[in-house]
Design a protein around this ligand. Structure first.
Ligand SMILES: Nc1ncnc2c1ncn2[C@@H]1O[C@H](COP(=O)(O)OP(=O)(O)OP(=O)(O)O)[C@@H](O)[C@H]1O
Ligand SMILES: [Mg+2]
Length: 253
């Protein structure tokens, strides 16, 4: 594992009215690393992911991407530097074709018109590369399954050379088979030199693909472990008790 950090967040807090969703969280992601972000409901996982993706600014704290200090005012800002959020529901427009979705907001043009031929060709090529089969790039996204939709998003992120992909509950609405398919695809990102943050309630899913785990509890980071140092049961215990003390003690004994 590389020691280089692609993302480094320092002392991040996030306040929503009276709710302090994040309290002084330090969080980083290495190059070529998959980080599992875990914790109970309301722990602050989605909030942290949304800050990374440029949906929310942090209330305080700063962060660095690829060594540069960044401040995102929108998801477009984040995308521009290579951070893509892959959401099951909202990332694609149902009534548009696969290829239109693929290039949404970044369409190639020719003589001032959409270059649809190129869009179709490149889209099919890109998704085929990651092992997704589409019947036709002109087919509407609404006919795709949850796993296929996410695969299109992953293919799109890779095509536009994203460096960090963010997944918030990628397997929540998927069948067992589809979950496996998506997890496999996330795992294969590493071979392409891409990093990922994965949030999921299903710890087994995260465990099967992550190199490292970060555990939040009510806005506070309570633990951080390399995969080789912990079992699924260890992680569950930390989440259940809201403390990593017992585990840290056991490791130092
Ligand atoms: N836009 C918002 N406005 C107000 N409060 C918010 C907002 N987003 C999140 N919160 C609050 O911040 C806290 C953390 O929420 P967050 O969605 O980050 O948790 P989570 O760890 O993703 O939980 P879950 O596992 O249930 O998805 C919660 O108390 C939530 O109610
Ligand atoms: Mg959430």
């Amino acid at each position: 594992m590389s020691l280089e950090k692609i993302l480094r967040m320092v002392n991040i807090t996030k306040q929503f009215g009276n709710v302090q969703a994040l309290k002084g969280v330090d969080f980083d992601v290495g190059e070529n690393e998959v980080v599992g972000l875990l914790g109970d409901n309301g722990a602050g996982k989605s909030t942290l992911v949304k800050i990374i993706a440029g949906f929310h600014p942090p209330t305080t704290g700063e962060f660095y991407f690829a060594g540069e200090k960044v401040r995102f005012l929108s998801p477009q800002n984040a995308r521009k530097v290579g951070i893509e959020a892959v959401y099951q529901e909202s990332a694609l427009v149902d009534l548009m074709s696969i290829s239109r979705n693929f290039f949404l907001g970044r369409e190639p043009t020719k003589f001032g018109y959409l270059d649809e031929k190129r869009m179709d060709e490149e889209c099919v090529k890109a998704v085929t590369t990651i092992g997704v089969r589409v019947r036709s790039p002109r087919e509407k996204v609404s006919v795709l399954s949850g796993g296929e939709r996410q695969s299109i998003c992953i293919g799109r992120a890779l095509y536009f050379q994203a460096k960090l992909l963010l997944f918030d509950e990628p397997t929540a609405a998927l069948s067992v088979k589809e979950s496996e398919y998506v997890l496999k695809r996330i795992k294969s990102l590493k071979e392409k030199g891409v990093s990922a943050v994965v949030v999921a309630h299903n710890i087994y899913h995260v465990y099967s693909i992550a190199d490292r785990f970060v555990i939040l509890d009510r806005g506070i980071k309570i633990g951080e472990f390399l995969r080789e140092d912990v079992t699924v049961e260890d992680i569950m215990q930390v989440i259940r008790t809201g403390s990593a003390e017992a585990l840290e003690k056991r490791k130092s004994d």
